[in-house]
Ligand binder design. Sequence first.
Ligand SMILES: Nc1ncnc2c1ncn2[C@@H]1O[C@H](COP(=O)(O)OP(=O)(O)O)[C@@H](O)[C@H]1O
Ligand SMILES: [Mg+2]
Length: 261
Amino acid sequence: MIKILPRQDIKFVLGFKGEEVLENSSGMMNVVEFKNVGLRYGNGPEVLEDITFSLAPGSFYFLTGESGAGKSSLINLMSLSLCPTKGNLKVFGTDVISKNRKKFPEIRRNIGVVFQEFRLLDHLSARENVALPLRVLGIKEVEIKRHVRELLNWVGLSDHIDAKPPTLAGGQKQRVAIARALINRPKLLLADEPTGNVDDKMAMRQLRLFVELNKIGTTVVIATHNEKLIERLGYPRLHLADRHLHLLPAARPIMTGREPI
Ligand SMILES: Nc1ncnc2c1ncn2[C@@H]1O[C@H](COP(=O)(O)OP(=O)(O)O)[C@@H](O)[C@H]1O
Ligand SMILES: [Mg+2]
């Protein structure tokens, strides 16, 4: 049984304050800005070429393209795990160049990433995995406990707080990974095929978490192959093909996120 709480307000769960939401209103600096960006690994060929686009605060995009098209590479650029080998990339206004490396940890605090392969620590419980980003920030233990419990509850894992990842099913691990990505209240959420291992119904439920988060101002990019979800939610698409990025408009009107699934 999945117990995601559809009506509970994520604003409350994450403890957002009004001002933080307003901060993301239009007219603000772009969250991400690519200008003629190219990327190659070592001496290999360019895997991304001449990429130019920007993400406005509060926007929501799907990221599509065949396997090997460069979706994970693009996410790694936006999460400051890689620097471009050509062109200019700004994330929250800072140039992503190795000279600025010292500023990266501070910027990363505003970015939540759900990795394709989860990257959970197997020897730690769900609770401890989700708590990690807050521990690093030195947040008080009682606050950590409360936030983690509320968020795990919100993603429907209240019965698995003490479970270790190897004992959890694929969809449950994904939700732990999602909770860990959200615990820092990120302004930018990047998810790399978060719906890869679950059925359509579960995938839709997971996406609903992202829709809710987007509604309170978070910029969201989700890499996915799931055409049904893309059509159903109807957000615009960043599509990678032949090393280039193509911006495709929304397939259909955007769902409100309140419809029954
Ligand atoms: N660490 C790496 N070293 C060398 N080549 C890589 C590395 N990561 C990805 N690539 C190559 O970059 C291209 C894009 O890969 P990736 O970004 O993983 O695509 P996708 O996520 O769309 O499947 C592929 O040709 C892949 O082989
Ligand atoms: Mg990938």
